[in-house]
Design a protein around this ligand. Structure first.
Ligand SMILES: [Zn+2]
Length: 85
């Protein structure tokens, strides 16, 4: 686990091996960071090399916020999500 500072100033923890994922909305490489209040948040590295929340730059973000839950329990979550796209 390492600590990162996001573009907005928030500090999060991330393990680049374990938290690696791909956005179900836009297929970009994302990482599931853990915030200081133990919430999971998708982050992505922007063109300047800074880390930021993927909620800001994902073109599916609106959908994301309402419906997307981190896939923590395997196939079921993913299947439900994919049907809605
Ligand atoms: Zn996305």
């Amino acid at each position: 686990m390492i600590k990162l500072k996001l573009a907005g100033g928030a500090e999060v923890w991330v393990d680049f091996d374990l938290d690696k994922s791909r956005c179900k909305g836009c297929r970009k490489r994302i990482y599931w960071a853990t915030t200081c209040n133990a919430k999971k948040m998708p982050i992505i590295q922007n063109d300047d090399g800074q880390w930021q929340s993927h909620f800001y730059d994902c073109r599916k973000a609106a959908m994301f916020r309402r419906e997307y839950k981190p896939n923590t329990d395997g196939v079921g979550t993913d299947t439900k999500w994919l049907k809605k796209i």
